[in-house]
Design a protein around this ligand. Structure first.
Ligand code: AMP
Length: 201
């Protein structure tokens, strides 16, 4: 049976870093919905223009936009996939179950708020491949030489709004998976290496 994994957690909890690595090592297709939206914004594509006001305000993009976009992608991933940043609402989780079946498993990264604030204040991401940089990597991505820059939405006010949206919408989504015994909560504190040991289970 194909493995389908979703990574859930507050902003800056390490979903991208851990999700990317797990997908690579398990041979799963990887999609970060946040990175996809940021690329669309940069390209000024129709999706980017639709999503822009929500991202600028630190709000979630509506389910009507997100669900068809992600399901179109997952439908072509028969051998298994890892989603980073989707689902973020119970509606999105239910739509995913309808498409992939209930073998979807959730990995939830838990990190205290103060540590999230510290991480976001110094987070850099590759403009080209969207990999999150580890501290001290310099100005260019060691993988693709793309420029490492701060995310436009990582300013303090926007971040606090995203944290509130996490509490309001993602926590019920985590509860949805927990109630069905399909979630594993992982302590996201420590070095990326230490967290990855726990992610592997
Ligand atoms: P991320 O890179 O995962 O932190 O996502 C950045 C932003 O993209 C979020 O704050 C949302 O505005 C938007 N976004 C990403 N994934 C979703 C989703 N599944 N549902 C709604 N909005 C999303």
């Amino acid at each position: 049976m194909a493995a389908h994994i979703v990574f859930l957690g507050p902003p800056a909890s390490g979903k991208g870093t851990q999700g990317r690595r797990l997908a690579e090592e398990r041979g799963l297709s990887y999609l970060s919905t946040g990175a996809l939206l940021r690329s669309a914004l940069r390209d000024q594509s129709p999706l980017g223009e639709q999503a822009r006001p929500y991202l600028d305000r630190g709000e979630f993009v509506p389910d009507e936009i997100m669900v068809p976009m992600v399901l179109e992608w997952t439908n072509s991933q028969a051998h298994g996939c890892l989603l980073d940043g989707f689902p973020r609402t119970v509606e999105q989780a239910k739509a995913l179950d309808e498409t992939l079946g209930e073998e979807v498993r959730a990995i939830v990264l838990h990190v205290p708020d103060d540590e999230l604030r510290r991480r976001v204040s110094c987070r850099l991401e590759c403009e080209n491949c969207h990999r999150v940089a580890t501290e001290g990597e310099g100005e260019n991505c060691p993988r693709c030489a793309g420029l490492l820059t701060a995310r436009a939405d990582d300013v303090a006010e926007n971040f606090e709004k995203r944290l509130l949206a996490f509490r309001k919408l993602v926590i019920p989504t985590i509860t949805y998976y927990c109630d069905q015994g399909r979630a594993r909560i992982v302590n996201g504190m420590g070095s990326p290496e230490e967290v990855y040991e726990r992610v592997q289970g």
